[in-house]
Design a binder for this molecule. Sequence first.
Ligand code: ADP
Length: 160
Amino acid sequence: MKTAVYPGSFDPATNGHIDVIKRASKIFDKVIVTVGDNPDKKPLFSTKERLDMLEESTKKIKNVEIDSFSGLLLNYVKSKNSKIIVRGLRAVSDFEFEFQRALMNRVVDDSVETIFIMTKEHYVYLNSSIVKEMARFNGNLNDLVPKNVEKALREKYSKK
Ligand code: ADP
């Protein structure tokens, strides 16, 4: 049984993330999508909100589980009996950061592999910050985020 862990902030999940989740679900027996509580980031959505949005937008994919973690990712991965970390790759801008992280993780634990999945060309420049900016100024979010995420974004900014 091959279990992969896909960690991220998912603040909020975009169609780029969902595309990576779908692709990973075809490769691995189980994919655990896990929302990281990163103390350095100030998320727009609470962990619970991010988990609920991910649950809703991946409910049709049977071998996906949604979870959250804090602390060291490697410890979390081991606690799930997994040896695979999935990360998405967009344009070159992701590469250096992801490369450093993957290699550092390997220095600490050589038995855990990081696998990169490229998203559909259409989502190559999509990220959560752009989506939030679009939503804040009432821009069109069509095909950028799942419908439930769009609704949550509209609600969030209507209160601000
Ligand atoms: P983090 O804060 O850990 O970078 P994100 O939620 O921004 O978390 O992203 C989680 C993972 O998904 C990262 O590997 C990131 O590169 C990837 N990702 C984000 N957006 C896209 C996208 N549009 N296409 C492919 N991968 C993406």
